[in-house]
Design a protein around this ligand. Structure first.
Ligand code: GCV
Length: 725
C-alpha cells in the first residue's frame, strides 16, 4: 500500500519532520499482514524523506530498528478486553461465557526465537524475563538490549502502535540500552463519533456541531470519495491510538438512515480506507429502521418480524463489512424514535439490536442521553440532570453482553464544568462507555483556544466511590471504553482552529492511557506537530504554547458561565453569551437567578434530590453547602449573592473577578501568540491570529453580559470599582 499524502491539508501531528529519527535509520519490519504492510509503508515513506532504508527480510546491512511480530498471536478477537490479570483490575461486567473471559495462551508459549537476528532474540528474552506476558491484541513492547531498538507485538495492530511510539520518541528511541517497556491500551475501544450528515441539514448543516467546515465523508447528499483525506485521517487517528469511528450523526435523518441498507457501500468504502490503520467502522442507525426502511408497520422490539428484519439487515452489513464494529443508537432522545413508543424500555431496545450483532463480534453503543426536552420551566420538580440515572440505573443487569451503554461524562450536556454523571457509578452489571466531546460545542466552537485534556484528565481520575477507589477511567476500561464526538471536518487544518488538533490527539492518548498528564500529552503533540529540529527557537515555542494552552480551559471557564451553573449560551447554535437564553425554555437548563441569588437546588433536603443519585462520599459532599466544591456550587445549590466561597470571595464578587481575569488571560494569549510569528508556519500563525481576535471579542462580550446581568440582578457593585455596564 502507499501512504496517503493529501496536499490540501495540514499534516497535523504527522509532518515528515516527525519521522526524521525513524526515517534516517536502517529498519527491519518482520511479519505479515495488512497492518504490517502499513507499518512498512510508513517507514518506507520516512526513509524516502530522510535517507534511511527499510527491508522485510533478515538479510542485509545492520539495522538500528526492528519492528517484529512475536510468534504469538492473540487468541482474542479485536473486541475482547484485556483479562483481569492483564489489566490488574477487577472487571465490573465480565460474565461467564462472555468474550471478555476468554482464556488465552500464556506468554511462555509465545517466546519463539524465530529466524531474526540476535538483538531480537535478546529483546524477546528481556521481555520474557521482565514477565512481559502476552502483549494482547494491541499491545507492544519497546526494548533496547544493545545498539538496536526492537519493537515487539503479538498482533499487527500492536506493531502499528509500536511504530507510532517510536515516532513519538524521536531520537530518544535510540539512546542508552533499556529493558522491555510494555505498552497496552487501558481502554479496549477508543472511539470517535462523527456527527456528520449525508444531506445538508437545514438547521444543523453538513456536520451537526461541526466547527471545521464540511464532512470529510459526505458533501450535499453524496459521498465525497476523497480517499486520501480519509486515509490521512485514519493515519492520524492510529498515531494517537483511536481504533473505532462511527461515521454518521446520532440524529439519523431520512437519507442517513439508508446507510444501513441501500447506501451501505458508502460505509464499506470508508471501512476499507480506515482498516489499514486498525480502525473499525460503526454506524448510527435509527430505531425506526424497520418502519422507515423495511416497510414494517412497527419497530416494536418484541415483534418477531422486527427481530427478523434486524437479523437479515445485520447479516447483509457483515457480508459487506466483515469487521463492522456495530451500531450506535440515540433513542427516545431529542425527538429520535425509540422503544418508549411501544411501551418497552431501553434494555428491550438495545438487546433487539445486540442479538444479531453478537455472532459477528459487533456491539451496540446505546446512548444514555435520554431526558425530557419538552419540560415546563415552571415545574421545579423535573430535573434534567436526574434523567439518565432515572431511566438507566433500574435496567442494570438487563443488557446483553454486547450492549455498551454510552454515558455522557456529565449529567447535562458537555458543559465547561459539570460533575461526573452518577450513572457511571450506578450500573456495575453493565458495560459502560464514557462519552466526551472533542468538538467544542460549549467550549468555544474552535474559535477559542481551549485545550480540553486537563478537563478530561480530571474526569477520568475522578473516583465516584471516594479517594483510593475505582475511577471513571477504571469503569470505562473494564466496560466499553472511551468515546468522543470528533472535531474534524474538511477544513485545511482539520479542526478549524489549528490548536484544536491537540484536543483530538489528546483524546486518543488519554483513551490509551488515562494516567498521562495533560501537559505531557501536550508536549508530545507539540514535538510532533512543530518538530523542534525545524524551529529557530524550539524552547520559546514550547514554553509559549504551554502558557497559551495549559490553562486555556480554565480561562474559558472564567469568562463564561460561573461556578458550574452551565449554559447561558445563545440558544440553538450555542455560541456566545445569553444569560437567560435558555431560562424560560423547555430544555431543562436553568440557573434560576433572581434578585436574591442564583443556582439550582439539587439537594435531597430541599431540592430535586439529584445528590442522592451519587454513592457516598459524593452524595454527602454535594448535598452539603459547606462541603460542595466551589467550582460546582451553583450546579448543586441555590445561594444568595453574598454567600462566601471556600476561596473567601462572595459569589457575586467571584463572578466579577473571574470574568475580568478570564479576559485578561485571553489578552495575554494574544500577545504571546504574536511572539510566535516566524516560529510557526505562517498559514497556521495567520489562522490562529484571526481566531484569537474573535476569541477576545467574544470573551469581552461574555464578561460584560455576565457581569452586567449579575450587577443588575443583585445590585452589588464591584469591590474594585470596575465598569459593570
Ligand atoms: C447530536 C446536544 C447537542 C445536539 C446533539 C445532542 C446529543 O443536545 O446540542 O446537537 O445531537 O447533544 O448528544 O445527542
Amino acid at each position: 500500500m502507499t501512504t496517503p499524502d493529501p496536499t490540501d491539508v495540514h499534516p497535523a501531528w504527522l509532518p515528515p519532520a516527525a519521522y526524521r529519527a525513524v526515517g534516517s535509520r536502517h529498519t527491519l519490519v518482520h511479519g505479515d499482514g495488512p497492518l504490517v504492510d502499513t507499518v512498512f509503508a510508513e517507514v518506507q515513506r520516512a526513509c524516502a524523506e530522510h535517507g534511511g532504508t527499510v527491508r522485510r527480510t533478515g538479510d542485509g546491512p545492520p539495522v538500528q530498528l526492528v519492528l517484529a511480530l512475536t510468534a504469538h498471536r492473540s487468541a482474542a478477537r479485536p473486541d475482547a478486553t484485556p483479562t483481569a490479570t492483564q489489566s490488574g483490575r477487577t472487571p465490573n461486567a465480565a460474565r461467564p461465557g462472555s468474550p471478555e473471559t476468554a482464556v488465552r495462551p500464556g506468554w511462555t508459549e509465545a517466546v519463539d526465537p524465530g529466524p531474526l537476528g540476535v538483538n531480537v532474540d535478546a529483546a524477546r528474552a528481556d521481555l520474557a524475563a521482565a514477565g512481559g506476558g502476552p502483549l494482547g491484541p494491541e499491545g507492544f513492547a519497546v526494548v533496547r538490549p544493545g545498539e538496536v531498538t526492537v519493537v515487539l507485538a503479538d498482533d499487527q495492530a500492536g506493531l502499528l502502535y509500536g511504530l507510532f511510539q517510536v515516532v513519538r520518541l524521536g531520537e530518544a528511541a535510540y539512546g542508552p540500552p533499556h529493558p522491555a517497556r510494555v505498552h497496552r491500551p487501558a481502554m479496549r475501544r477508543r472511539m470517535l463519533d462523527h456527527w456528520d450528515n449525508v444531506d445538508v441539514h437545514p438547521v444543523m448543516g453538513q456536520v451537526e456541531r461541526g466547527y471545521a467546515g464540511g464532512s470529510i465523508f459526505w458533501r450535499a447528499g453524496h459521498p465525497r470519495r476523497d480517499r486520501d483525506r480519509v486515509r490521512a485521517y485514519g493515519r492520524l487517528l492510529a498515531a494517537c491510538g483511536v481504533n473505532a469511528v462511527s461515521v454518521n450523526n446520532v440524529n439519523v435523518h431520512a437519507t442517513e438512515a439508508r446507510l444501513l441498507t441501500d447506501r451501505l457501500d458508502e460505509v464499506a468504502e470508508i471501512a476499507d480506507l480506515l482498516r489499514p490503520y486498525g480502525i473499525r467502522v460503526h454506524l448510527s442507525v435509527t430505531f425506526a429502521a424497520p418502519v422507515v426502511l423495511g416497510g414494517l408497520p412497527t419497530a416494536d422490539p418484541l415483534d418477531e418480524a422486527v427481530r427478523e428484519w434486524w437479523a437479515e439487515t445485520t447479516q447483509r452489513v457483515y457480508a459487506h463489512i466483515p469487521d463492522f464494529g456495530g451500531y450506535v443508537v440515540k433513542a427516545d432522545s431529542e425527538g429520535q424514535p425509540g422503544p418508549f413508543s411501544y411501551g418497552r424500555d431501553h434494555a428491550d431496545g438495545a438487546n433487539l439490536l445486540a442479538g444479531p450483532l453478537e455472532p459477528y463480534g459487533g456491539v451496540v453503543h446505546w446512548r444514555a442521553f435520554v431526558y425530557d426536552h419538552r419540560q415546563d420551566w415552571r415545574d421545579r420538580s423535573t430535573d434534567r440532570a436526574r434523567a439518565a440515572h432515572d431511566h438507566f440505573a433500574p435496567l442494570d443487569g438487563r443488557f446483553r453482553d454486547n450492549v455498551i451503554v454510552q454515558v455522557k461524562h456529565g449529567p447535562m450536556d458537555f458543559q465547561t464544568r459539570e460533575p461526573v454523571s452518577p450513572v457511571i457509578a450506578a450500573m456495575p452489571g453493565t458495560r459502560l462507555a464514557v462519552e466526551f466531546q472533542v468538538t467544542q460545542e460549549y467550549t468555544g466552537q474552535q474559535q477559542h483556544v481551549c485545550y480540553l485534556a486537563p478537563w478530561w484528565s480530571e474526569l477520568l481520575r475522578f473516583a465516584p466511590w471516594g479517594d483510593g477507589e475505582r475511577t471513571v477511567a477504571d469503569v470505562a476500561a473494564d466496560g466499553g471504553g472511551l468515546v468522543a464526538v470528533s472535531n474534524v471536518g474538511d477544513d485545511p487544518f482539520w479542526t478549524g482552529h489549528p490548536l484544536a488538533q491537540a484536543n483530538l490527539y489528546a483524546f486518543g492518548r488519554l483513551a490509551w492511557d488515562p494516567k498521562l498528564r495533560p501537559e505531557a500529552v501536550l508536549d508530545e503533540w507539540l514535538d510532533l506537530t512543530f518538530a523542534p529540529a525545524t524551529s529557530a527557537d524550539p524552547a520559546l515555542l514550547r514554553r509559549t504554547l504551554h502558557q497559551i494552552m495549559d490553562d486555556s480551559w480554565r480561562s474559558y471557564e472564567r469568562y463564561t458561565a460561573p461556578l458550574g451553573v452551565g449554559f447561558m449560551v445563545r440558544p440553538g447554535h450555542h455560541y456566545g453569551p445569553d444569560v437567560d437564553g435558555y431560562e424560560y425554555t423547555p430544555w431543562g437548563t436553568y440557573h434560576f437567578a433572581d434578585r436574591d441569588g442564583v443556582g439550582v437546588d439539587r439537594t435531597r433536603a430541599t431540592g430535586t434530590g439529584f445528590t442522592g443519585q451519587y454513592p457516598p462520599p459524593w452524595s454527602q459532599t454535594y448535598e452539603s453547602l459547606a462541603a460542595c466544591p466551589d467550582e460546582l456550587l451553583l450546579f448543586f445549590h441555590h445561594v444568595p449573592y453574598d454567600h462566601v466561597l471556600h476561596s473567601g470571595s462572595t459569589v457575586v464578587q467571584h463572578i466579577y473577578d473571574t470574568h475580568f481575569d478570564g479576559v485578561a488571560e485571553v489578552e495575554a494569549t494574544c500577545r504571546r501568540w504574536e511572539w510566535l510569528a516566524g516560529l510557526v508556519d505562517p498559514t497556521v500563525h495567520a489562522r490562529v491570529t484571526e481566531r484569537l481576535a474573535e476569541q477576545l471579542r467574544c470573551a469581552q462580550e461574555w464578561r460584560d453580559q455576565v457581569n452586567a446581568y449579575f450587577h443588575r440582578k443583585s445590585g452589588v457593585p464591584d469591590a474594585h470599582g470596575r465598569p459593570l455596564h
